[in-house]
Write a new protein. Structure first.
Length: 181
């Protein structure tokens, strides 16, 4: 809170020397480096954390969040997927994986928009990729919404249902959304 990051890092490192197996101290140091925008040091410490506790989905989720925020889509996807593999009932991991995959949709839409009007073959290919992507995202969003319904989960589900041509389900959720606002 006081922005004394250098002092905090020194203190965390000293405490870690006295308690080398304390995962919380390791995480404190890692997130200090994250706050200082030093992703290589953050990544190294998070790698160490996952080696100490390889079955902790929260570690992979947190690494995924940092990658998501940095727009490292592929890496974020890897870490959110790992968190879900470790805990199949991990709604926030599913929510963030769905959001990460949606970043890929923007790229596909851009590719479609950049095509000449006559290139229907590639347009259809990208459209099929989008359908596959939304089909992959849908069960994750349903699980996240079931675990904790928010206007955000409902709005995203409506958009995905619409993209998949499931207008009846989208309409049902529009009624639900009215009760959430």
């Amino acid at each position: 809170k006081q922005k004394k990051y250098d002092e905090a890092i020194v203190l965390a490192q000293q405490l870690r020397k006295s308690e080398p197996d304390n995962l919380q101290l390791l995480m404190v140091e890692a997130f200090l480096y994250n706050d200082l925008n030093q992703p290589l040091k953050f990544a190294a410490l998070m790698k160490e954390a996952t080696e100490k506790d390889p079955t902790n989905p929260d570690l992979y989720y947190n690494i995924g969040i940092v990658n998501y925020n940095e727009k490292n889509i592929e890496q974020a996807e890897v870490f959110f997927t790992k968190a879900i593999e470790l805990n199949a009932d991990y709604p926030k991991g599913k929510w963030m994986l769905a959001n990460t995959l949606l970043l890929k949709d923007a790229d596909l839409v851009q590719k479609m928009n950049d095509l000449p009007m006559s290139d229907t073959k590639n347009y259809d290919k990208y459209q099929a990729e989008r359908k596959t992507l939304f089909t992959k995202i849908l069960p994750m969003l349903i699980a996240a919404d079931k675990a904790e319904r928010t206007s955000g989960t409902v709005k995203l589900l409506i958009a995905v249902y619409e993209q998949l041509g499931m207008s009846d389900l989208a309409s049902e959720l529009r009624e639900v959304l009215k009760t959430l606002n």
